[in-house]
Design a binder for this molecule. Structure first.
Ligand code: ACO
Ligand code: LMR
Length: 603
């Protein structure tokens, strides 16, 4: 009876996405109804693992312990143990001693000590559990179940016809060579029925002989192909079993490592168990003994395939009950989008387009310039790069920096500060208090810069007088953006506006827009002394002059204004003050804020 079937499910130890997905892709290729992994164990995490079963995205529960997983999924009788060398022994021993429903354990890790492996073998025999490994990719039941990465890529699996069972039981020591043998078997017979790579350690959890005996006792297996290695005497056990007719089915077998016979000294090959030096452990000796016992042994590995074909045709095809398996009946496994994109077999438009920065290279860039080149430049240069794609003149960078400094704060009484204070005193962190403060910026407070720019552009474009501007706004029932202040007046001017006025006078030859704003102010202050050009208005009008002086067309200027970039100057600046107030309240350990009743009119 084969170890695995189409309904076999495993518990996978260690959350390695690639082998997990490879097992599920094999399941889907073979048209299994359900995935072969029921649970994953990750000692440092629990929850869910996302993977694909065909095109369907599925979730596999992740448990912190093997016991929990095994208890939750008692029907899962295989443990695919991808624990590292450090923990593979303990995990395997834990499974043997505390997870009675697990009947087959695959151990991927190399480097488990011989005495620990022998202890596992002893316990496994007591519990009647089959060990595959250590130090192996595992095995495969064509059409039903794959352990981890066994048999390599899907292309190789399809080429070796592993999506459906054939008549040949395959057992090897080497995992890497097992993929090669599956291919040779597919080319020369009707394919593999079950394949096991026992691993290259000196004491494998299950031997070549034990696995061959499983094939001998499985009536679905019509012939056996085996690949041994120099070192150890497992092959001699097989020879004896063939001689004693314990094994009756035809076996085609080769022991690799004959090269060692030409070495004068003892040779240690890649696998721990593959060591030459003792006569009856040499490849030649063992090949001769197998041949003598009646095993089909090729002259060399080169003719292994031919002999397999010869034996298959003579021993299997001639059976009148023989029925050839159907080829080509498998699901096409979808290609991961990322892989398909790399292979240029799919394309899709990007979900996001960005033109201002790039983080993909060794060093991020702002507007295509490496960030290290900004280290000794002004913050205005960075803003120019990221807001305006570097199109502003240097005077524009200087102006923005000035605007940020002047709008950073205006005391604790103004809305932006007030909300930040109340929020911070409610126990919120700086980010929440910043958000609270920023919500008070609007058309009447800090958010009038763009509005100012729009009417200024229009007034200059249409050559309106200050009086015209006022009359049109009045007619439309609109306040003039950039005009008016709650506390600043003609007699108590806003120093910030004075500084901005000086900047423009010093740096800009033709300040048409700023002059237009001042012309309007001349008229509005006639109505009330607080209807001055405020800081929003000054920033808005001045910035237009800077763009115009830099030969931006009116359309280009309108586009910049339409983006909201000018209001952003105040937002960026005022964020500094808002954060300051939030921090200040924490520092002062101020209690929760509650408004005084006598300051509220209850109507
Ligand atoms: N345009 C036209 N008329 C105005 C303006 C304005 N911008 N601001 C006030 N007035 C009028 C009022 O309608 C009122 O007229 P009325 O007496 O005929 O009713 C008169 O002037 C007096 O108004 P006040 O109540 O003194 O003005 P208030 O102090 O309420 O408004 C404010 C100050 C909110 C700044 C206001 O001027 C305004 O909304 N301005 C436009 C938005 C703006 O520029 N905000 C930025 C302010 S600065 C900053 O936040 C950083
Ligand atoms: C500010 O910059 O917040 C002020 O101009 C508004 C105000 O009322 O102080």
């Amino acid at each position: 009876m084969s170890l695995f079937s189409k309904t076999t499910t495993a518990i996978f130890y260690n959350q390695h996405p690639k082998p997990i997905q490879r097992m599920l892709d094999f399941d889907y290729l073979c048209k299994r109804d359900t995935p072969s992994i029921s649970a994953i164990v990750n000692p440092t995490n629990s929850g869910f693992h996302r993977a694909f079963f065909g095109t369907e995205e599925i979730i596999i529960p992740v448990f912190k312990s093997l016991e929990e997983a095994s208890t939750a999924f008692p029907e899962s009788d295989v443990l695919v143990n991808f624990a590292s060398e450090r923990s593979a022994y303990a995990v395997s021993k834990n499974a043997l001693e505390y997870c009675p429903s697990i009947k087959t354990i695959h151990i991927m890790a190399e480097g488990i000590s011989e005495n620990k492996t022998r202890e596992l073998i002893r316990i496994a025999k007591e519990k009647d559990v089959l060990l595959i490994g250590p130090a192996t990719v595992g095995g495969i039941k064509p059409g039903a179940f794959r352990i981890g990465n066994t048999a390599g890529s899907l292309d190789n699996i399809i080429a070796a016809k592993l999506y459906r069972p054939g008549s040949v039981g395959v057992v090897t020591i080497s995992g890497g060579m097992s993929s090669e043998i599956y291919n040779i078997v597919a080319q020369n017979t009707d394919g593999t029925y079950e394949g096991i790579a026992i691993g290259g350690d000196r004491f494998p959890g299950s031997t070549l002989f034990e696995n061959i005996m499983r094939f001998e006792n499985d009536r679905e297996v019509k012939m056996i192909v085996a690949l041994g290695e120099v070192g150890g005497t497992a092959e001699l056990e097989i020879a004896e079993a063939v001689t004693s007719k314990k094994i009756k089915k035809p076996i085609v077998m080769w022991v690799t490592g004959t090269i060692a016979d030409h070495m004068k000294t003892e040779v240690q090959f890649g696998h721990a168990g593959a060591k030459s030096g003792v006569e009856n452990e040499s490849a030649s000796f063992k090949n001769a003994a197998l041949k003598k016992a009646g095993v089909h042994v090729p002259k060399s590995f080169d003719t292994f395939g031919d002999l397999i074909k010869e034996v298959f045709e003579k021993e299997v095809l001639t059976d009148k009950h023989y029925k050839a398996p159907e080829d080509g009946n498998y699901n096409q496994v979808p290609t991961d989008f990322s892989a398909a994109l790399k292979e240029n077999i799919v394309r899709k438009s990007a979900s996001i387009v960005s033109s201002i920065s790039d983080d993909r290279g060794e060093e991020p860039t702002y507007n295509k310039i490496p960030i290290s080149e900004y280290a000794d430049k002004s913050i205005g240069r960075v803003i120019n790069a990221l807001w305006f794609k570097g199109k502003l003149p240097e005077v524009g960078e200087q102006f923005i920096e000035l605007g940020i400094k002047l709008s950073a704060d205006h005391g604790p009484a103004v809305g932006t500060a007030h909300n930040a204070i109340v929020s911070s005193r409610a126990g919120n962190n700086v980010i929440m208090s910043l958000i609270a403060g920023l919500t008070t910026i609007g058309p009447r407070h800090g958010g009038a810069i763009d509005g100012t720019a729009l009417w200024c552009l229009d007034a200059v474009e249409r050559d309106l007088s200050g009086k015209d501007v006022i009359a049109e706004h009045k007619q439309a029932g609109k306040l003039i953006m950039g005009i008016g202040h709650r506390i600043k007046t003609v007699q108590n001017p806003d120093k910030r506006v004075e500084i901005l006025k000086d900047f423009i006078a010093t740096n800009i030859k033709n300040s048409h827009y700023f002059s237009k704003a001042l012309e309007v102010e001349t008229e509005t202050i006639k109505k009330k002394n607080n209807l001055i050009l405020n800081v929003d208005g000054a920033i808005g009008a001045a910035f237009l002059d800077i763009l115009a002086e830099a030969n931006f067309t009116t359309d280009e200027i309108k586009e910049i204004v339409s983006l909201g970039a000018l209001n952003a100057i105040f937002v960026l600046g005022r964020s500094i003050g808002i954060i300051g107030h939030a921090l200040d309240q924490k520092r002062l350990k101020e209690p929760m804020y509650r408004h005084d009743w006598d300051d509220i009119l209850y109507i």
